[in-house]
Design a protein around this ligand. Sequence first.
Ligand SMILES: Cc1ncc(COP(=O)(O)O)c(C=O)c1O
Length: 473
Amino acid sequence: MAAAQDMMTVMAGEALTGEEAVELAKRHLVQPWPTAGEIGAEARSLIGEGDGIYITDGTGKKLIDGPAGMWCTNVGHRREELARVMYDQSMQLSYNTPWYTMNEASAVLAERIAGHAPGDLSHVFFTTGGSSAVESALRFMQFYNNVRGRPEKKLILSRGGAYHGSTYLSASLNGRPRDRDWMDGADDLVIKLSSPDPFRRPAGMSIVAFTDSLVAEFEETVKRIGADKIGAFVGEPVQASGGVIVPPDGYLPRIRKICRDNDILYVSDEVVTAFGRLGHVFASEDVFGIDPDIITFAKGVTSGYFPLGGMIVSQRLLQELRRSNHPTAMYAHGLTYSSHPVGCAVALKNLDLLEGGILAHARAVAPYFQAQLKSLEELPLVGEVRGLGLMACVDCVADRESKNPLELDRNVGMRIDAHCHELGLLVRPLINMCVMSPPLTITKEQIDDMVGILREGISRTMDDLRKEGVWRG
Ligand SMILES: Cc1ncc(COP(=O)(O)O)c(C=O)c1O
């Protein structure tokens, strides 16, 4: 137990100053993705309130929530309808065991979600978030192939730039720089392919030739390893945390076809892209024209008001299992909070809001959002602004010829974020990049404010870098 003089016991509901909260965090809180030098001893920006597209920090400063939390606060903060439904559902039924019982909200939500899903995706398994959704899909693939008498068909194809989660198997698929430097993974189960990143394609190569090369790499890998050894391909339609990598036209349908031809399950990880980020409930078919075998989702399903995720599975796969020679084989996989009644009730109301106008609004403002952000390419530090729907990335480079982010790798994103914070905007810094994915309710005027602050934040960062002599742009 901690020494008594170090303890400052605060009871629920008791008021606390910002400094006190920071002190408690430094003493007792471990936050995601800490470095060894700071683990358990750091405090991040304290956020006290949220309202619409805005949040308020510990000093009372109002900020535009540029990343919508972690790409999740899709309908915006302080939605009374969502708060009320959580209260009502908790008062009616706060929890039931999904092992032996079920609740109405989860059945209704599964039907609503299946109604939006492409192809024959008909059934939903609910999880607690995105990592557990991807993990569930991968364990389902293993189970499916075991039951079908193909225990060797288990390898998983993933790509550079991917992010699929922080559980052991989902994290093993991650392909961003640094993610795996100090962490172990199930490397013998995963094969990594190239990121479909048009910006950093080989110099002089056309987009068409680049797309062909990605498809050829996929085909050759399947041939070399053997389709009988590969169980699944897992891919984000747009690689989100990898820097909003929008794949070239036609690439995803061609990968889908190779998977189908080789009986490899196509898992479309829509943890970020689903529930409105690209203007539709799901983007796989509506935006990219593919019908996966499994879609994983989380985040926007409840707009971040409650931790919920899930996977949607194809009717065909379930029928094959039901008709197999092993009717008693068990998918020994479940979570205490699968089908949580409060999460499912919130998700239903959230879906009402999205269908009731927010999806249409997101589609309507997306071109303006992209065009305004694109204008930041005028700044010499900015190599490219790319994006789709209401997600975008400002990619900073040392120079446009080499597109080299490394020389500048003094956390340029963090520097921009610090300036923007001063000016009233929260940015998601990613090494040399800034990711923008605000609540979908953002208006054109608010987009102007956001881009104006970002422009000023980048300009101030350029001044700093010049003064320090680390950049001569
Ligand atoms: C595409 C994708 N998949 C999975 C995850 C993991 O989700 P979670 O953090 O809810 O476990 C994320 C998180 O950002 C993600 O972006």
